[in-house]
Design a protein around this ligand. Structure first.
Ligand code: SF4
Length: 382
């Protein structure tokens, strides 16, 4: 899926000299991209072009609610205005699906090529008759978790508002069988709190009932626990669900497994979670990736239970999904179950989450990681 503006064709038409075409491309590259703007900023843009500001709301509805990919689709906007917009703005980032792969369990993973050639990814995860969409907030990630393929890639850059939204727009448009995509999780590539500005802006559109209308309770931000950011969250922020990725209750081991989380020690993280201004009945999720023979022992379960005791949390246990070259293995089913039972015996809510899309490498970062290796799937195109 690539968003285009008709103006590009007009400017590049005919047999213009290469330099003129290059200049035109340069000028177009500098134009505002509507997917990166808020509805208010679209109104300001319209006003600056001599159009009525209400056009901004119209544009936002076409792009964010109806998923318009070109100005020609905006049939209730006058031709004159569409032509003016096509000369002065682009719809979205030039971001294309580089590969898409479906797993027998129904997960569909998309590898995106960003305008600068970097890669990111999104995954549709089936849940009965509907889908949950897992989106990325960055290309690569600075945290460097040893069990995560994205971590091995290192940090490339933050995604823009438009690059985040485009993953959701494409999923809504292309879910298998036209099934509804009702839930949204920021659990793809990246640490969302390291790109908080753009994640917040994207959430403003994703959760707005007038635009993408993902209910806030059905939207989850997953973080390693960036404690200064947690301390700044308000009760209103926490209408959106929050998941904190723990992965070890032992400081030294967690520092080793999640090098980028060293700045946020477990004691301070526990205090930040305890002080979250959550409304009655709300809980946050602790995510715990179980690595076979490493952090799946009874001693880990007991220490995790002590860490989580007294907090308003539930625990999601995620058996590791091995990827080629990873140093870790999947825990035996028996170990997963006895780990969970040790937690529930201490009055904690603990659930085992299925690892979807094993066949298409649907753990975070695995698809983009594969595209950089010979024999990956990047050569396949839609
Ligand atoms: Fe980053 Fe998440 Fe991967 Fe850790 S698990 S490296 S935080 S994307």
């Amino acid at each position: 899926m690539t968003f285009t503006a008709e103006g590009a064709a007009a400017e590049g038409a005919g047999d213009a000299a290469a330099t003129r075409a290059g200049d035109a491309a340069g000028r177009r590259g500098a134009l505002p991209r509507l997917l990166d703007l808020s509805p208010g900023e679209m109104s300001e843009l319209c006003a600056s072009l001599g159009e009525k500001p209400y056009r901004g709301r119209q544009l936002a509805a076409w792009i964010f609610r109806k998923g318009a990919g070109s100005f020609s689709e905006m049939t209730d906007v006058s031709l004159k205005c569409r032509s003016l917009l096509a000369r002065n703005a682009l719809i979205g980032p030039d971001m294309a699906k580089e590969a898409e792969d479906a797993s027998p369990d129904g997960a569909v993973k998309t590898l995106w090529r960003l305008p600068d050639g970097l890669k990111t990814e999104s995954v549709l995860i089936p849940d009965g008759e509907r889908y949950t969409l897992c989106v990325s907030s960055q290309a690569g990630c600075a945290v460097g978790c040893l069990f995560c393929r994205t971590g091995a890639m290192g940090f490339k850059r933050n995604l823009t508002q438009g690059e985040i939204l485009l993953q959701a727009l494409a999923a809504r448009r292309g879910a298998p069988g036209g099934a509804p995509v009702t839930n949204l999780v920021f659990m793809g590539m990246g640490e969302p709190f390291h790109n908080l500005h753009n994640v917040r802006r994207a959430l403003g559109i994703l959760n707005d009932p007038e635009f993408m209308a993902f209910p806030r309770r059905q939207t989850t931000i997953s973080t390693i626990g960036v404690t200064p950011a947690l301390a700044g969250l308000t009760a209103s922020d926490l209408k959106t669900s929050l998941a904190v990725s723990l992965n070890s209750p032992f400081q030294e081991e967690r520092d080793r497994l999640m090098p980028g989380a060293r700045a946020y020690p477990l004691d301070g993280l526990r205090e930040a979670v305890r002080l979250l201004p959550m409304r009655k009945g709300r809980r946050i999720t602790l995510a715990y990736v179980l690595l076979g023979g490493l952090n799946d022992t009874p001693a880990h379960a007991d220490a995790l239970a002590r860490w989580a005791g007294g907090l308003r949390v539930k625990i999601n246990l995620i058996p590791f999904n091995p990827w080629p070259g990873s140093a870790f293995s999947k825990p035996p089913d028996g170990a997963v179950e006895s780990f969970r039972e040790r937690l529930t015996a201490r009055n904690l809510t603990a659930l085992t989450r299925k690892s979807y899309g094993r066949e298409v490498s649907a753990a975070c970062g695995q698809l983009a990681g594969q595209s950089e290796s010979p024999g990956g799937i990047a050569g396949r195109r839609d």
